[in-house]
Write a protein that binds this ligand. Structure first.
Ligand code: MG
Length: 335
């Protein structure tokens, strides 16, 4: 790219030379693969006959665009891959639409796309289609990404909220709240800095480990609204009481400190690299064993009980506290 083009201009989205150069010099080398390289308007993707296609889509508007442990590019891959992974699928393909704000530094975009490409490669997925639009100053906030993920899973896999039963156990693959706390700290306005890092990562190893265990009922990645929100989804869908043990829920010390300082509850803060799993009681030891091979911090944190649909936390002091459902996300734009 010529040196004068240090920032994104409206012309980078107008279909002319500047847009062609942006695609040829920034996107294509980072993302190259045989399907993308056809430069067709649409691509045919091979679909294995004995598997079923699983599709997910997500928008990414995180602020700031770069945070400790990732950026909007890697987050778009991990967020999309994880939604496929917790549905029992192996991710294969991604499409990515990029919305850029006029005036964005090209270097920021380059770092986002490099991280996106690296994350995609590490997860074994190919970006097979993409689009770029540029909006005027103030019409968007730096970069927005919209990603669609395609994966395949065995036909007839029974993995759903409807499968959970009273007595089932609830596992989490590691400490909760890291992503929310890291993004919170990365925002200038708090004037705080810590060594906190987002947990943003692929949960494919965790999901695949759990899928080996008969008696796995359901998995979800606790993103917006955190662990407490997944617990509410479980209670609402099953009509059961979700009982969580506070002392068993892993929370990193740095996350706990930030939450105490700023008045947040880590149980409501987003993770981007964790799995919550529900397993039949007799499968719990095997599930925890398999999970800990890839996620040593995994823990048994609670169970589903007959009773009214609510989420109850047994506190570290032996009391019981009802966890309310969030009215609103305390931390918008974390993904
Ligand atoms: Mg999800």
């Amino acid at each position: 790219m010529p040196r004068r083009d240090q920032h994104v201009s409206l012309a980078h989205g107008n279909g002319g030379r500047l847009m062609r150069e942006l695609i040829e010099e920034l996107f294509a080398p980072a993302l190259e693969n045989p399907l993308l390289d056809t430069r067709a308007d649409a691509v045919a993707v091979p679909t294995p006959q004995d598997l079923e296609l699983v599709v997910t889509t997500d928008g990414f508007t995180v602020q700031p665009l770069e945070f400790p442990g990732g950026n909007i590019g890697s987050l778009a891959v991990h967020g999309t891959v994880n939604d496929l992974a917790v549905c029992g699928a192996l991710p294969h393909y991604l499409t990515v639409s990029t919305f850029l704000e006029e005036g964005l530094e090209i270097e920021v975009l380059r770092r986002a796309i490099a991280a996106l490409a690296a994350a995609a490669r590490a997860c074994g997925v190919a970006v097979v289609a993409g689009d770029t639009k540029v909006l005027g100053r103030g019409d968007c906030d730096g970069i927005y990404l919209a990603a669609t993920g395609l994966g395949f899973r065995p036909r007839g896999l029974r993995l759903a909220l409807a499968e959970v039963r009273a007595g089932d156990r609830i596992l989490v693959s590691g400490p909760v709240g890291d992503h929310g706390a890291a993004v919170l700290l990365a925002r200038q306005e708090f004037g705080l800095r810590g060594d906190l890092k987002s947990d943003a990562a692929s949960v494919l190893p965790e999901a695949q480990a759990l899928l080996r265990v008969p008696g796995l009922r359901f998995m979800r990645d606790p993103t917006r609204g955190g662990l407490a929100t997944v617990a509410h989804e479980l209670a609402r869908a099953s009509g059961l009481r979700v009982q969580l043990a506070e002392s068993s829920i892993p929370v990193n010390d740095a996350v706990q400190s930030v939450c105490e300082l700023l008045g947040y509850d880590p149980l409501y803060l987003a993770c981007e690299g964790r799995v919550v799993a529900v397993v039949a009681p007799e499968s719990c030891p095997a599930a925890l064993g398999e999970l800990r091979k890839v996620a040593p911090g995994a823990a048994l944190i609670g169970e589903l009980q007959a009773g009214s649909a609510q989420v109850v936390l047994e506190t570290s002091f032996g009391g019981q506290r009802v966890l309310d459902e969030l009215e609103d996300d305390p931390l918008p734009r974390i993904c």
